[in-house]
Design a protein around this ligand. Structure first.
Ligand code: SF4
Length: 286
């Protein structure tokens, strides 16, 4: 059996190269590849940097869909489905708009893929693919080892992506993360993350968590595990980190060289309810 994984681009003018921006490794693809049984052949196309071979033999196509790639993903899906190749879609957009995605796929995965992937592959082998697989509420973030060999020979940025947690405990009402995870955050064991980092042989990492300091105690656990590795890493955080000097020092000691912080607004009138207190305390003039 052969599974073809496709990471769609935002859009593409056929025959023209996609504008090369943010060419980081698509970690979710390597996680999916790691879930495949050993006897399942895996092919992979990164639509952002290479043409998709629509004629290549495959038993099923799997697309990871975000809102900004949804239209492109649907176009790709139609071309395979015209050939009779079943298409599976999952990801944030599919979970938040399952009815829309279901019109464009033979099967959709809502929520996390890990809890349902084994069953989905078994159903494909049995010729019994179901229309919907629901991984919500079944999350176990252990023994994750993305199959990074999937990325070989592609010109990705020289930084290794790794995941510590999914979700965020804040409830910013403009945010897809809280809509998907319902203001909860689940972590892998910090030791496991450090071990995975060591196994990659890299010394430059992007911790992809949407808010690595959402639970400060968990962020401290990660810092304690990463400090001995003497690596460099960057991540994403909420502005609350600016008021926690101790955690900032621990982050720096652990090798954190930068945190991306999204500023929705510095106008107090625009602050959403969960930001009012922290924004006011950080910017007293607001
Ligand atoms: S802090 Fe960031 S990740 Fe968390 S809900 Fe708000 S915008 Fe989303």
């Amino acid at each position: 059996m052969k599974v073809t994984l496709i990471y769609p681009a935002v859009g593409r003018n056929e025959g023209k190269p996609y504008v090369r921006a943010w060419q980081m490794q698509p970690l979710s693809m390597a996680v999916l590849a790691s879930l495949m049984p050993a006897d399942v052949e895996v092919a992979f196309f990164d639509d952002r940097m290479e043409p998709i071979d629509y004629d290549a033999p495959t038993d099923i196509v799997v697309l990871s869909v975000e809102t900004f790639t949804a239209l492109r993903a649907y176009r790709i899906a139609r071309r395979f489905r015209e050939r009779g190749i079943p298409v599976v879609m999952g990801g944030y957009h599919v979970t938040l708009l399952p009815e829309e995605a279901a019109d464009e796929a033979d099967a959709i995965v809502v929520g996390d893929a890990e809890p349902v992937w084994k069953q989905l592959i078994a159903d494909v082998l049995d010729g019994n693919l179901q229309a919907r697989y629901d991984g919500r509420g079944k999350r176990v973030l252990r023994d994750i080892r993305p199959r990074r060999s999937l990325f070989a020979d592609r010109p990705y940025q020289n930084i290794t992506l790794v995941e510590y947690a999914r979700g965020c405990n804040f409830t910013c009402d403009f945010c897809s993360i809280t809509a998907f995870h319902h203001a909860a955050q689940s972590h892998r064991p910090a030791r496991d993350v450090a071990e995975e980092m060591e196994e990659t042989g890299s010394c430059r990492f992007f911790v992809v968590d949407d808010n690595v300091v959402s639970q400060p105690a968990k962020a401290r656990e990660l810092c304690r595990e990463l400090t001995p590795l003497r690596i460099n890493w960057v991540g994403q955080a909420s502005i609350q980190i600016a008021s926690d000097d101790e955690l900032l020092a621990m982050l720096a000691e652990s090798g954190c060289r930068g945190l991306l912080i999204g500023m929705e607004s510095i106008n107090a009138a625009n602050c959403l309810r969960n930001w009012l207190v922290p924004c006011s305390s950080l910017f007293p003039s607001l």
